[in-house]
Every structure is written in C-alpha cells, then in structure tokens.
Design a binder for this molecule. Sequence first.
Ligand code: GRG
Length: 299
Amino acid sequence: MTQRTDFDQFIADHQSLVNHFLSEKIVRSTNDDRLSEAMAYSVDAGGKRLRPLLTLATLNILGTAITPARLQAACALELLHTYSLIHDDLPAMDNDNLRRGKPTNHVKYGTGLAILAGDGLLTLTFEWLATAQLPINQRLALITALSHAAGPAGMVAGQATDVLNTQHHLDFEALQTLHRGKTGALIRYAMIAGGIMSEASQATMELLAKFGEAYGLAFQIYDDLMDVIGDERQMGKKVGKDAREQKNTYPGLFGVDGTVQRLSATIDEARTAISGLQETAQVNVALLTAFLDYFKIKE
Ligand code: GRG
C-alpha cells in the first residue's frame, strides 16, 4: 500500500463498514425510541471515525482479518468517543452548540436526555466488547485497556484537569499531561486494540502504543492550531473559542509558529515508531504513515 489512492480507498471502504455497523446495531440496543434516537443522532452525525479506523488499520498492517467480531470491537470505541463529545458539549462543560456540523445533542434533545444518551453509549461500549465473538482473553484485555484509557486514569482525568483549569495558566508539562489523558488515551488505545486482537508481541505492542501516543498528541496540537488558523466549515464546529475562553492551548503557550514546530516534532516521533514497527514486525507500514497526512496545514 504505497499510493495515496490506496489509503483513500481503505478509508472510504472502512468508514462505510463502520457506519453501517453502528447505525444497524445502535437502534437494536434499547426499546426506548427517544433514547435510541438521541444516541443515534450523535453517532450518525458524521464523524471521521478516526479511532475505529486506526484499530482496523492496525489489524490490516499486522495481517489480521477484519471479521464481524473485530469490527464490533473497533466500533465500540466510536460509541465511547461519541459519549465523550456529547458530555463535553454540555452547558456544564464546554457549552457548545455545534458538533460535527450539527446542533449538539443537548440543544436538540435537552440536557437530561443528552446526559443519558452519553451514559447509554458509554455502557454499550463495554457490552459490545464483552459480547464480541473473540477469545475470552482478548475481550478481557480490550475491556481492561479501554476502561483504563477512558476512565479516571485517562480521559476523565484529562477532562477534569481541563474543566478545573480554564482561566488558570498551565505550564507545558501540565498541558501535555492533560492532553495525554483527554485526547491521547483513546487514540493510544485504538492502536493497542489492534495489537490485542492480533496477539502481537510485547515489542510490537510498545511501538503501537508509542505511535498512538505521538498521534494523539499531534491530533490535539493540530486541533488547537486549527482553532486559531482553521475555519468553521473545515472543523464542523466554532473556531476561535479557545482564546475567547482563555483555555490552555499550545498556541497560547508557544504562538502559532512554535505550535507548528511542536506539531512537526511530534509527527517525527510517530514516524520513529513506524520505522520501529517496520523493523520489529516486518510489516508494510504505508497505511499507518498515510494517517499522518491528516496534519496538513493549508497555506
Ligand atoms: C466528557 C469525560 C469527558 C471527556 C471529553 C473528547 C473530549 C473529552 C473532549 C473534546 C474536546 C476536544 C474538541 C478535544 C480535541 C480533540 C478531539 C477529541 C476532537 C474530536 O475528535 P474528532 O476530531 O471528532 O475525531 P469526530 O467528530 O471526527 O469524531
């Protein structure tokens, strides 16, 4: 897989697989029509599906077939990610009206149902992992890794630091820790999940984790940067909000040029992990390398 078009084809084919799986299965998860509608509204709102795609790409490079059970496990992560977006947008958190280019869940359904739609997606995530037709040891490893990544040692901790420190200055070290939790932990898990389902060696798992950590950080740096130099249509949400609300961001600490340099250094870390994977696992890593094209900065 060396050509850019192969990557585009992989993304298009697998986004469609993920989208079909999600919309068919979510409606069957509850008998409550309003709850089902509120959950499906945010899941079907058209996200990039980055996290399941990273898991599926990891399976692909490690030569592991994408079976329905593995697809279910990959899609479970999108449920959890969507819950985190719904709760993050709530008036008590980021208070956003627009997400994925559409009114946020609480704007459409009210705060109470939005909280419950998020709760439903979070718990359903673990039901999908527990019931995927995978060997028991793999299910347990996935559940352990995702609960660790998403819970109070990972994403929830990052979000807590964020919520508690808006309008308080965080230094670089604290900002990195915040983002490793808030954004990085799920992306790191996306890679680990592919490794778990491929029964990858310890050395390969460590390199997958390194790639995920660097990619997750780069993703956040890019998101911060686009809030300053991007536009609303491209991002599917309001831009310029971080500065208005005095949020802790990379451009706030390093300026735009300094942030571009940080982004480039972090992408290099991801490339180093990719080279390691090529040597250790002897895999064709072109697919993973192509994921780094996401971080293009328009002139
Ligand atoms: C509520 C516990 C809890 C955590 C929320 C996800 C999150 C933590 C906060 C979102 C804040 C934010 C905008 C972070 C920047 C990076 C990020 C996670 C962007 C959204 O992910 P994408 O770009 O979204 O993958 P799509 O819509 O494409 O899935």
